[in-house]
Design a protein around this ligand. Structure first.
Ligand code: NAP
Length: 351
């Protein structure tokens, strides 16, 4: 976009357009216009090049430099405990495992008791000496669950909070087909949990003057995603809330990180074939979290994984938001139609 504006300005300058009479001529006014437009074009190009260079330096810092050393997390963030919401699968489970490997005790929060016990067992085997505690709650129930969580948080030095729990239509579908439970589920799970969990742990962190809050948004907060509209809107909320909180907490010793993953192979994303096996843009949870965790303390707002960073660069700088919306819309509409066809064929076979 920016490049095309710059090229357009330079092109106009070369043509020496005389705007007064609408004709192409070599006049003194034309020369002046040429000078101004050339200058503006150069400013645009310089700005764009500078912007890219700053991005490259920032990427090297968070994706290369940050991985060269590993911080002692309990000391750096002033608490031995980490809280991970939605920890029984996908990205949350991997965060719980890797934080435990780095010496953190883990408060495991999710809704399924068996799966919680399974993660607890895995951590016990992989990370000797690390304590775990389970909180079985369903975030879709909203406000009522936080008293129970507060009971478990009380008395613990929470160094890190990972606001990871999230839900999405899987596969994507029309908003008009969403049930009331699904609508409120998105709000309670994706939005309310982030704010309410932050409100629970932040006072303790502020009192100690240290701590880290990782808010898992999505690359989808960069543009609107038809058929996952509530999801992308809730992730935009997380993105905005997290960034403004980060600003408010400057100088407090508390790190607030906004994480915006692209595709990671999990239950949530497996509705399409391309998300089921690793590729340049599709990461396994292990690859993703290893990279994302290394960026903590080095980047306040990041995709957490450099190929996803490259994807955001394309979305923000080369395409624009409107085009991305169309691209997602067309892709998911095709997916939806294929799914409807498959269901219809299956039903026809049964008859
Ligand atoms: N995967 C991606 O490509 C991707 C991309 C961008 C952003 N993200 C974000 O990353 C985060 C994790 O996603 P994921 O892909 O790892 O998802 P996932 O594999 O579906 O795991 C979600 C976790 O949250 C738990 N959970 C879901 N609903 C819950 C509820 N109502 N109450 C309590 N726990 C609940 C799940 O428990 P159960 O096992 O009981 O369901 C599971 O442990 C989400 O915030 C998501 O938006 C993911």
């Amino acid at each position: 976009m920016r490049v095309s504006v710059a090229l357009c300005i330079s092109h106009c300058a070369r043509r020496q357009v005389d705007f007064r009479c609408g004709a192409t001529s070599v006049s003194s006014t034309g020369m002046e216009v040429q000078g101004v437009l050339t200058f503006l074009g150069l400013v645009w190009v310089a700005r764009w090049v500078l912007h890219i260079m700053v991005d490259i330096v920032a990427a090297l810092r968070k994706f290369v430099w940050a991985r060269l050393s590993k911080d002692n997390l309990p000391i750096k963030y002033g608490g031995k405990w980490a809280v991970v919401t939605g920890c029984t699968d996908g990205i949350g489970k991997e965060y719980a495992r890797q934080l435990a490997e780095r010496g953190m005790n883990i408060l495991l929060i999710a809704r399924n008791k068996d799966k919680l016990n399974n993660v607890k067992q895995i951590i016990r085997e992989e990370s000797l000496g690390v304590e775990t505690e389970i909180v079985q709650v369903d975030f879709s129930h909203g406000r009522v669950i936080y008293q129970e969580i507060a009971r478990h948080v009380e008395g613990k030095n929470i160094g890190i909070l990972v606001n990871n729990v999230g839900m999405a239509f899987s596969p994507p579908k029309n908003f008009v087909e969403a049930s009331e439970d699904e609508v409120w589920g998105h709000v309670n799970v994706n939005v309310a949990s982030v704010v309410a969990m932050t409100q629970l742990v932040l006072p303790g962190m502020l009192a100690r003057g240290r701590g880290a809050i990782i808010n898992v948004a999505s690359i989808g907060s960069s543009c609107t995603i038809p058929y996952l509209g509530i999801y992308s809107a809730t992730k935009a909320f997380v993105d905005f809330f997290s960034e403004s909180l980060s600003w408010e907490l400057r100088g407090s010793g508390i790190t607030v990180q906004t994480l915006r993953p692209g595709a990671v192979i999990t239950n949530m994303s497996n509705f399409t074939e391309v998300h089921r096996k690793p590729s340049f843009l599709v990461a396994t949870t292990k690859t993703y979290v290893t990279s994302a965790l290394a960026t903590l303390g080095h980047s306040g707002r990041t995709t957490g994984y450099w190929p996803h960073g490259f994807q955001v660069f394309l979305m923000d700088e080369i395409f624009n938001r409107r085009l991305c919306t169309h691209m997602f819309g067309w892709r998911f509409r095709a997916l939806l139609k294929a799914e409807q066809k498959r269901v219809a064929e299956e039903q026809a076979k049964k008859k």
